[in-house]
Design a protein around this ligand. Structure first.
Ligand code: ZN
Length: 417
């Protein structure tokens, strides 16, 4: 543990959402639903009443609003990462939030979810645990199947489409999508949560969580007229498919380009890319992203993946704000992450082995320092690590974390998140 700060209290039981706050959540949510002409289709939901577990895909803040409209007129408890509580713990506790640290195995979280279920409320969770980087499904941990079995209540999914193209993680401002769609669907009855095995539950769940927002946009011809629509795309598409150079992509307005070979791509109003000169290798953004993943996978298979950078580190021990820990050295390689630094004269070293992280959270232009960072957690701390210089991409670090986890073997169920 670095420093002697007061830690966020995970033991504290979640409160039921205060009755007077439920209409406030509606007042915040419905205008956005109407403004974006969001349709919510309900499948198999006849007769389904709280308590149930609601699992949602996660692309932007709009998700909370559409989810609130989808469960109307019921209230809920929400699993929220503690950075979502920043300076607002009193409010989030009253609104029914259950605090957690991302990608950390927590039995307290399960206890708190059971507590919320016993109150008869909906328990809402975003099992991808982070915003999708390019509008496609993220990894779901095996532990989700385990607590679905433990809870033994109906499991409902809410898969929302268009939220990524409307407000992508790499450039969060709203982009004026002409409409949105989502589906609230019963995935498991309480009987099925008991009769199916954890593997069967996870297989069905992963199938339900397959989505691709850019394919949805293209197929539905959802127009994004926003003139600055490609700005920020280079954060995800950090490698040039023409010359292979990494970390030298740029984007502004509706264009993306490589600073090394000069190739340029235009992003259409329907989210498709086309090379300004010559052949378009990837018109579909998620295909480009998956190509980058394959390149990272190759480096890992060959044992050559390695990153060593100096970094600025902030800690979030509780919800009252960041503690600046100063400079440190971050290494990410075949042995996982190592962070070495000194805080108030005391040297520290934190390590995360490949098998302990099936994924990691990253931020683009994170508000606290207006820079990209990696967010690594221990049981008592959340560390925001900002690599310095320009020879890195946090997207590549996230891809490498997932590929290292896969490469180092089958997950040990006892340790999986
Ligand atoms: Zn290039």
């Amino acid at each position: 543990m670095i420093g002697d700060f007061k830690r966020f209290d995970m033991v504290k039981k979640p409160k039921r959402q205060k009755r007077y706050l439920t209409p406030v959540t509606w007042a915040v949510s419905f205008p956005s639903k109407w403004a974006r002409r969001a349709k919510i289709k309900k499948t198999g939901m006849a007769g389904i009443k709280p308590p149930y577990l609601l699992l949602c895909n996660h692309n932007s803040f709009l998700d909370f609003k559409i989810m609130t409209a989808a469960i109307f007129p019921h209230r809920a408890n929400y699993v929220v990462a503690i950075d979502g509580f920043l300076h607002m713990e009193w409010l989030l506790r009253r609104v029914g939030a259950i605090g957690n640290r991302k990608f950390v195995n927590s039995t307290l979280l399960v206890k708190n979810m059971i507590h919320a279920k016993n109150n008869g409320d909906i328990v809402v969770m975003f099992p991808e645990a982070r915003y999708s980087l390019c509008g496609t499904s993220a990894v779901l941990p095996n532990s989700v199947g385990k607590f679905i079995r433990l809870l033994g209540i109906p499991v409902v999914t809410l898969i929302m489409h268009g939220h990524h193209v409307q407000a992508p993680f790499w450039g969060e401002k709203g982009r004026g999508a002409s409409h949105l769609e989502s589906e609230l669907r019963l995935l498991f009855t309480p009987e099925e949560t008991k009769s199916l095995t954890v593997d069967e539950i996870n297989t069905r769940l992963r199938a339900a969580f397959k989505y691709d927002d850019f394919a949805w946009q293209r197929d539905r011809q959802v127009k994004i007229p926003h003139t600055d629509r490609a700005r920020g795309l280079h954060k995800v598409l950090y490698q040039c498919p023409e010359c292979g150079a990494e970390y030298r992509m740029s984007s502004v307005r509706d264009e993306l380009w490589c600073q090394v070979c000069g190739q340029r791509w235009n992003m259409s109003q329907y989210g498709e890319l086309s090379a300004v000169n010559g052949v378009t290798r990837f018109s579909h953004i998620p295909d480009w992203y998956e190509w980058e993943r394959e390149n990272v996978r190759r480096e890992i298979r060959e044992g050559t993946y390695s990153l060593k950078v100096s970094a600025i580190v902030d800690s979030l021990p509780n919800t009252r704000g960041f503690k600046e820990l100063g400079e440190a050295e971050l290494c990410h390689n075949m042995d996982g992450f190592t962070l070495k630094g000194t805080y108030r004269g005391e040297p520290y070293e934190e390590t995360w082995k490949p098998r302990s992280l099936y994924s990691c959270h990253i931020e683009y232009d994170y508000k606290h320092r207006r820079a990209d960072c990696i967010d690594l957690n221990t049981a008592t701390d959340t560390l925001y690590i900002y690599p310095q210089g320009r020879d890195f991409a946090v997207t590549k670090i996230a891809l490498a974390t997932e590929e290292l986890y896969e490469f180092t073997g089958k997950p040990n169920l006892a340790n999986a998140n």
